[in-house]
Design a binder for this molecule. Sequence first.
Ligand SMILES: *Cc1c(COP(=O)(O)O)cnc(C)c1O
Length: 355
Amino acid sequence: MEPRDLSTHVPYEAGRGIEETARELGMDPDELVKLSSNENAWGPSPKAVVALRESAATVHAYPKASHTDLTAALADRFSVEDDQVWLANGGDGALDYLARALLAPGDEVLVSDPGFAYYAMSARFHHGQVNKYPIRKADDFEQTAEGVLDYYDGERVVYVTSPHNPAGTEMPLGEVRKLADATDEETLVVVDEAYGEFSETPSAVELTRERDDVAVLRTFSKAFGLAGCRLGYAIVPRDWSEAYARVNTPFAASELACRAGLAALDDTDHVEQTVEGVRDAREYMYDNLDCPTWESQGNFVLAEVGDGTRVFEAAKQEGVIIRDTSSFGLPECVRITAGTPAMTERAVEVINGAL
Ligand SMILES: *Cc1c(COP(=O)(O)O)cnc(C)c1O
């Protein structure tokens, strides 16, 4: 026998592991500068590392209090009800829960092009169909309600990425509200704020307090430096707890992930240092890259280098791993994660050399 027809599905292309690339180049993994996956270049919160160690001895037991504690801590931070927080295995896991809870077979969703690949993947896993709206380079990737509504045709879910990956632009809160107002009552606007900590724009979470057609996605993978733990969450409209109870995979986030998340949330110094370091790195790239860049509100910068694949390959040969954005439909660009000063300076030097 065979699995069902998966021909409309596309495998997720994760940035390759640093060990694998080092082996291919005949280099030590420590020599590589990896700025391709928007990870936290400063590492995880030291408090989270302690929490992981301390929790290791009790992983024979199913998670219990940590899940509830983290849910309560996040609800408190965002001033929402506990049952509005849907913890998951990464932000990606939270996207799956939303798709499971919202989509009936054949329902349609609307995603941005270029955009984050997992929205469409998740929708298709849940037997949904995917339509696209453009975010145009010619408009410097500006995001407006009208730009989405021009392509909106009653889809069940509309995904907005703010800050956007890979462009770095945002949809202002007023535009999100306008979009939610203009779409049908039965359309959920999902605002993906995976990079929200790096931005100064107010979060769309406030809309989840006042209306029932907006959800916000957040993750511990970026600013909190816990990408390897897989921990993220959605903040959903009030009174959807019954849906979460019905669709979540039991123990949606692991004990280790929840303990690390609780510790990282408390470590304000770590997040502040990360955010400051990211701002400096972005400025350094705008000022020193010998090619056009776009101002970014995320922990990365999109740069127009001409032939992205060539520059990506040339940088790789020098041990600097950046993201070729061909798979986003931007073959003339690369995306460079904000690194420590040493990493960022090295990346800029190598990219300028390749231009
Ligand atoms: C990184 C990212 C996520 C979430 O990633 P997880 O590691 O699954 O939490 C979601 N959306 C965008 C746009 C991202 O870049």
